[in-house]
Design a protein. Structure first.
Length: 217
């Protein structure tokens, strides 16, 4: 059985979820590399269950379904991690599509990369992702900063890219502004968390400059 589990939270994207799962089924040496694919359905009604059921027979590895009705990607990821015992965890979103070499590329870079983490050490405890970020996002940035303070070693797998299929509404300026504001909340909140008040002011200033369309010096 493979040493990597792939975790995929999903929320009411049946077609996109099916596409993302099929891209995992098509990974090179999937049966040897992947121990399990864990889909965490974050919809209250459990709408992803029929998709997972329909694709189970096509999966070359165990395909596990979990239902987490409490809204928020941090909570959904924590629910999925509780079901994983593999030494490594890879993350793929339900609106992404992985090329066939994606997982191999991650593993080739010292078994660490942009979406691959060690289960023990990096993702310990019942809530590695902070549920406080459920509605605002940035739970992964918060985790990375905590790991950095603990002396974790990071690596970048340049060949482990994925396609992200963005719906039309994400191409609008209003969405881009909301997204930029959300991204800015994470470093500001992190700075406040460690009482780095200079950092809070700095990130607020950066946000103000971007909002006004000014370039950084």
């Amino acid at each position: 059985m493979g040493e990597v589990a792939v975790l995929m939270p999903t929320l009411r994207r049946p077609e996109s979820l099916a596409r993302a799962l099929r891209s995992l089924f098509a990974q090179e040496d999937a049966a040897q590399l992947i121990g399990a694919i864990v889909v965490v359905d974050n919809s209250p009604e459990g709408s992803a269950a029929p998709v997972v059921d329909a694709l189970t027979s096509a999966s070359p590895v165990p395909l596990i379904y979990a239902h987490e009705p409490h809204p928020g990607v941090a909570t959904a990821r924590n629910t999925g991690l509780a079901l994983i015992h593999a030494p490594y965890v890879a993350f793929l979103d339900d609106d992404e599509e992985a090329p066939t070499t994606w997982l191999k590329s991650l593993l080739s870079v010292h078994k660490c990369g942009n979406s691959l983490m060690t289960r023990k050490g990096a993702l310990d405890g019942p809530q590695p992702f902070d549920p406080a970020y459920d509605q605002v996002g940035g739970e992964d940035d918060r985790l990375y900063q905590a790991l950095d303070r603990r002396g974790a070693v990071f690596a970048w797998a340049a060949e482990a890219w994925v396609y992200e299929h963005a719906p039309d509404h994400r191409c609008r300026v209003s969405y881009a502004l909301r997204r930029a504001f959300s991204f800015g909340q994470t470093p500001t909140t992190d700075a406040a968390h460690v009482r780095d008040w200079a950092g809070v002011v700095r990130w607020m200033a950066i946000g103000a400059r971007k909002l006004l369309g000014l370039k950084e010096e």
